[in-house]
Design a protein around this ligand. Sequence first.
Ligand code: TYD
Length: 141
Amino acid sequence: MQVIKYVFQPHGDARGQLIALEELRDIPFRIRRVYYMYDTGEGVVRGKHAHKSLEQILVCIHGSCKVRLDNGQEQKIVPLEKPYEGLYVGSNMWREMFDFSPDAVLMVLASELYDEADYVRSYEDFLNMVQESKNANEEQG
Ligand code: TYD
């Protein structure tokens, strides 16, 4: 399973660092939504869902957390602990965010507006969806 991590270019000078993220330049899709999580309690696991078509980039802009990615066959745990790193999470990927430091701010850039219909919240449904798309790909040859 391929993990796609972006390393953004900081514009640093004597005053400190600045990162700019532009759609279709630094981010591989049009950014239609930004949300962020903070004050996440100890031991909390967020996410626990997949998306049918949404693409996202996760940036832990302060503190640290971990992301478990699961494509239905393989799992990878990706630590996010630098404000200049972005993790790409495409559709058909189960994700869980955990191990948040008390000061963590996890920002998410998303390719679409919030749409509950795009969520797959049951792991069993996710595995079925992965299997269906595999079957469809094999039929196409
Ligand atoms: P939820 O999906 O539980 O977050 P996570 O995936 O991190 O576990 O979302 C928490 C609440 O926020 C829920 O009531 C839906 C709402 N929400 C929005 O209104 N807009 C959004 O863009 C997102 C991601 C969530």
